[in-house]
Design a protein around this ligand. Sequence first.
Ligand SMILES: C[S@@+](CC[C@H](N)C(=O)[O-])C[C@H]1O[C@@H](n2cnc3c(N)ncnc32)[C@H](O)[C@@H]1O
Length: 243
Amino acid sequence: MSEKTRDREPAPDSRDLGPENLHRATIAYYNLRQVHGDMPHKIPRGPAPDLPAEQARMVRESQEAMRGRKVLEVASGTGSATREIAETAVFVTGVEIAPNMLRIAAENDNPPNVSYLAGDAFDLGSIAPDKRFDGGFAAGFLHTCPSSRYTEFLHGFHARLEKGAVVFMRSSRPTSPDAVSRLFMVEGRTDQFMTRQLSDGSEYIMVENDPTEEDLQRIFEPLTTNMDIHIGNYWWWIRYELP
Ligand SMILES: C[S@@+](CC[C@H](N)C(=O)[O-])C[C@H]1O[C@@H](n2cnc3c(N)ncnc32)[C@H](O)[C@@H]1O
């Protein structure tokens, strides 16, 4: 069986927007994105002169938040953000569910304080049981999490972090004309959805939430202290502490 065939799961049913099917579609999309690549954008974003400065600020704030911390990262992907925060963290343990992402992360040039583990962000209880973490990090995860699973995810994630831990989460915003053209809402659902296509023609429906500052306050305030939220043009991010 070829590498590509082995990694291909049955295509998730794109009409089923229940949490289990969305979970499957999210994993299938990210796993195969590493094989086929995204379909090229149909509508180019156009000039975005403020993008590099916003990205640089987000990376700097991520690194400051994780400075001197022992970090549990969820949804570490190919490890690009992992390696950024590893510059200031004591160590970073990245947890990732898509096998192709994990393979590429491991093949990259990682510093010695980075490690990756296979695991599900919604099931962190048995991940690295011998490690203690005082930093939590997630880049590009929460926007694909159905709102019905926020509490489940945050309780499980925070349970693995020590009292006083600092958490930093960031996600891209679907603000490009191409992203906007692929967004849709469904009656009776609070999540926003997006159609994603890979270059092999396969199509996936995934959650693509774009929280406002008020949304983030409502989600995080009951569980955290010293919350600091930034909504940019291309990304949002939040830093907070655990009481
Ligand atoms: C947008 S990518 C971000 C990757 C990386 N953090 C970065 O910033 O480059 C989202 C990642 O989340 C992973 N992911 C999605 N759902 C997950 C889950 N339930 N548990 C662990 N990883 C998950 C995907 O496989 C993918 O690698």
